[in-house]
Each structure stands twice: as structure tokens, then as C-alpha cells.
Design a protein around this ligand. Structure first.
Ligand SMILES: Cc1cc2nc3c(=O)[nH]c(=O)nc-3n(C[C@H](O)[C@H](O)[C@H](O)COP(=O)(O)OP(=O)(O)OC[C@H]3O[C@@H](n4cnc5c(N)ncnc54)[C@H](O)[C@@H]3O)c2cc1C
Length: 448
């Protein structure tokens, strides 16, 4: 029996012809779309779910990291621009928590309500003039141009109306998994190149928590590890380094405690349909086991219940697209500076390894951030860029350790804003690094 099926050639209806197509509506994609539209480009944002936010909503992350870091010894907001606007809108809807410090004051994060994020993102994107197409899955590309100068002629989408095509002068891959770059033949590396990616987690939220008693019992991240150690043997814990923190409503907590493996014990691969499917089931199994532990062993959680399990497995890392610059862990930890900076990352290296979490902090605690170079958004293909493609977010040009840091939402917003601004400048024929940096500064972005 043949292992393939021959599909007949077909004529695919053209859904839209735009200046800029953004695929994926996570932090990178929504910032890219807003910036491209504000830059004067007719912009379409395509998202497979019926809402924006990416891992931040569909993956149940419920927490902004990497927006705040130190500069000159002062902890401050370092990712500004579109991210700051989104935070203001979430706050106006009553869905943003006050900043929370952690890891002995090395990090500052802000948790949020998922529903408020979804509503705030709709308003931000639509008011910028972006066209939205939800429930649309990018499934392929049609290429144009000779091998030496390839470009994307059209992106193919599967929708409830059937398969459609979109023609765009510029395409920005914000799919998180580098789907478009992969379809276009741009090389990538999966995880560390030896089959080990950061382990995924299914996120969930817990309601009915007795906040003061829970806070006293769990305190900082490490206290929960002590409680788990004492109970080990009676429960199957997938990892150490559990993160249990209150949301804006203090009786609701987010739990980042699961770890999803494939049959070989490596991180479940989010680009493998069968592994991803099995991981969904395993994530929910791990959650029920963790709830058994919390209710029986942790003060304040006796009456706790699961208030939500994320719509999908939380994917930290899959394809890292080969770009003109691949941000390294050393560059993050060394607070690297680049002449072609387009924004900042303020999150340390956070590796989700087998059974636990390993941190790699900035060496200079007083300047805990690094610049992000423009070149990490420009994909290479046989040393030649696909001329109308940019990549932003967790699948952009980063080495495994660099991605372990700059995959946090903060840097993804910064990359997206830069990619969208650059795409609009390219459409108008006015792109140069100086023009990009000038425009980003005018928009309030902090390039360091
Ligand atoms: C378990 C977990 C915990 C985390 N904790 C934190 C945290 O506390 N704070 C923090 O800031 N960050 C955290 N992160 C990291 C952060 O959430 C992500 O790295 C970030 O959301 C990446 O943004 P992105 O826009 O690059 O991609 P994503 O957020 O993954 O968004 C990609 C979007 O593209 C869509 N998409 C994908 N493929 C297609 C396709 N083919 N066609 C159409 N649409 C497509 C997806 O539906 C999604 O909306 C965590 C991540 C995980 C998994």
C-alpha cells in the first residue's frame, strides 16, 4: 500500500490581496499586525483560534514575563510600545494584576485575566485598522521567484469556508512554530538540535483557594518544592520547580507544574501531530494527580477546584528558524548590545529540562536585559533570504539557550512590533535600518 495519497491539482479562491499578512495572533503576531497597519500597510492577521493571545490565552500562561528588567540598578518597564498599550487596555477592563517580584527580586511579572486579554487584544488590533480572519489555519505556501531569489506568492489557509489563498507583498511568520518559514523551505533547528526541546506544560488555573493560608504555605517558588519533596512517593510529580501563584483575584491561582514527554522521555514535539495529541491527554492526567496532592497536602487548597485547563498544551519551543543572527544564551546573560537593536529582552534563561527548571541569570544584575538585533527576524534560505518573509516571536532566530529567555512574551512583543514596522516600510520602499529604528523610537519602543 502506498504511504502517500495523490491530491488532484485545484484552483484555490483568493480570499484577500493585502500588503502585509501576519500568521499567528500571539504576542508577536498582534504586535506585528498593529504596527504594520499603523505604518500604512493593508494588513491581514490570520489566527487558527477564535481569539488572540497565543500561548498567553490559548496556552493559559496568564502572566506577562520579560517586560520588566533592571537598568542602572532600577527595576523598570523595558518593553514599551504595543505591549504597554495592551497592558493599559487589560487594566482598563479590570484584568491586570499589580507587578509581582520573584526569584529574590531578579524578576518582575504581571498576571492577567485571560478573558480581559482576549477582549483588549480585539480592540487594539481592530482600532489599528487590521483585518482579522479567525479559525483560519495556514497550511501551505505557493512560492514564486527563481531558486536564487525565492519569495512567497501566496499563503494557503484552511477555513470553514474551505481552502482559500491570500496574496501579500510581505508575510510575517508569528506562528510560534515557524510554520510559514518551514513551508517556504527555510531551514530550522528543532530544540537543541539533538531532539531535546524545552518541555511543554499544560497550564491550568485553580479556584476556591483560601488565599492567606495558601500564601503562607507556598510563599515563593521554592516553598512548594519543599512540600512536594515531603509528599514524594505518594504522588507522581512530573517535575520540580513548580510555579504556583495567585491571580488578580487572590482566590484563583495559576499552576505551571506539568511536564509533557514523548515515549522516549524527551519533550513532546509540538510539530508532531501524534505526540501533540498524546500530550494533551497526559497534561490533563497530570493535572488531576496534582490536584489530589494540593487538596490533601497543602494548606489553603483543601476546597480547591480546577477553574480552567488551557485550550491547548503550552508549547515553549519547537522550530527555531535559521535567521541572519541566532541570539545565544551568552548574549542574553551578558546583556549583549547590538548596533541593529530593535528592542529589548528582560527575561533570563529559563530552561525546562527533564524533571525541573534551570535558571541562568544576567551576569550584571544591575542591567538585567539584552538588546535584540534586527537580523534575528530575517530568515535565511541557502544563505539567501526569502525576500518577502520575516519571522517574529518564539520561532525567530535564536539558539536553544537564547530562545529559553527571549521566548517570554516581553521579547515577543518587541520582535513583533519591529517586524510589523519593517514590513510596512518594505511595502512603501522606504526600508532601512535607520528608518526602522527611528520609527520604533517614535512609537515609544525602547531599543536600549
Ligand atoms: C507553559 C508555558 C508557560 C509560560 N509562561 C510564561 C510566563 O509566565 N510569562 C511569559 O511572558 N511567557 C511565558 N511563556 C512563553 C510565552 O507565552 C510564549 O513563548 C509566547 O506566547 C510566544 O509568543 P508568540 O507570539 O511567538 O507565539 P504564540 O504565543 O505561540 O502564538 C502563536 C499563535 O499562532 C497561532 N498559529 C500557530 N500556527 C498557526 C497556523 N499554522 N495557522 C494559523 N495560526 C497559527 C496560534 O494559535 C497562536 O495564537 C510560557 C509558555 C508556556 C508554553
Amino acid at each position: 500500500m502506498s504511504a502517500t495519497v495523490h491530491e488532484p491539482a485545484r484552483q484555490t479562491p483568493l480570499h484577500a490581496r493585502v500588503d502585509v499578512l501576519v500568521v499567528g495572533g500571539g504576542p508577536a503576531g498582534l504586535a506585528a499586525a498593529v504596527s504594520a497597519a499603523r505604518g500604512g500597510a493593508r494588513t491581514l492577521l490570520v489566527e487558527r483560534y477564535g481569539f488572540l493571545g497565543g500561548m498567553g490565552t490559548a496556552g493559559g500562561v496568564t502572566n506577562f514575563a520579560g517586560l520588566y528588567g533592571t537598568r542602572g540598578g532600577q527595576m523598570q518597564l523595558l518593553v514599551r510600545g504595543v505591549a504597554e498599550e495592551l497592558l493599559s487596555r487589560i487594566e482598563a477592563l479590570g484584568g491586570l494584576n499589580a507587578p509581582q517580584d520573584g526569584l529574590q527580586g531578579r524578576i518582575r511579572v504581571r498576571s492577567y485575566d485571560v478573558a480581559a486579554y482576549k477582549c483588549a487584544a480585539d480592540g487594539l488590533v481592530l482600532e489599528a485598522g487590521v483585518q482579522l480572519l479567525f479559525h483560519a489555519w495556514a497550511a501551505g505556501v505557493v512560492m514564486a521567484g527563481a531558486n536564487e531569489n525565492p519569495s512567497i506568492d501566496a499563503v494557503l489557509l484552511e477555513t470553514k469556508s474551505g481552502r482559500v489563498a491570500v496574496r501579500a507583498r510581505q508575510v510575517i511568520d508569528c506562528s510560534g512554530d515557524g510554520d510559514i518559514a518551514h513551508f517556504a523551505g527555510v531551514p530550522f533547528t528543532y530544540g537543541d538540535g539533538a531532539g531535546n526541546a524545552l518541555y511543554p506544560s499544560t497550564m491550568f488555573r485553580i479556584g476556591q483557594v483560601d488565599a492567606p493560608r495558601a500564601q503562607a504555605a507556598v510563599g515563593e517558588f521554592k516553598a512548594i518544592d519543599g512540600l512536594m519533596e515531603r509528599a514524594a512517593g505518594r504522588y507522581a510529580f512530573p517535575r520540580r520547580g513548580a510555579i504556583l501563584r495567585p491571580q488578580r483575584n487572590p482566590s484563583e491561582w495559576r499552576a505551571n507544574v506539568t511536564q509533557l514527554r514523548n515515549a522516549a522521555g524527551q519533550a513532546a514535539n509540538a510539530t508532531d501531530a501524534a505526540e501533540l495529541s498524546a500530550a494533551e491527554v497526559d497534561g490533563r492526567r497530570q493535572i488531576t494527580e496534582y490536584m489530589r496532592f494540593l487538596r490533601a497536602e497543602v494548606p489553603g487548597f483543601e476546597r480547591a477546584e480546577i477553574s480552567e485547563i488551557a485550550a491547548q498544551v503550552g508549547v515553549r519551543e519547537s522550530r527555531r528558524v535559521h535567521c541572519q543572527h541566532m541570539l545565544t544564551g551568552d548574549e542574553v546573560q551578558g546583556s549583549a548590545r547590538f548596533a541593529d537593536s530593535i528592542g529589548l529582552n528582560a527575561w533570563p534563561v529559563e530552561q525546562h529540562v527533564d524533571g525541573g527548571v534551570q535558571w541562568g541569570f544576567f551576569h550584571d544584575a544591575a542591567n538585567a536585559h539584552n538588546q535584540l538585533p534586527w537580523r534575528m527576524l530575517v530568515p535565511v534560505s541557502n544563505a539567501q533570504a526569502v525576500s518577502n518573509l520575516l519571522v517574529a516571536g518564539r520561532c525567530a532566530g535564536m539558539e536553544h539557550l537564547g530562545q529559553s529567555a527571549a521566548r517570554a512574551s516581553g521579547a515577543c512583543f518587541a520582535m513583533g512590533q519591529a517586524a510589523g514596522t519593517a514590513a510596512a516600510l518594505r511595502v512603501q520602499g522606504g526600508f532601512s535600518l535607520e528608518a526602522l529604528q527611528h520609527s520604533l523610537r517614535e512609537q515609544g519602543a525602547d531599543l536600549g
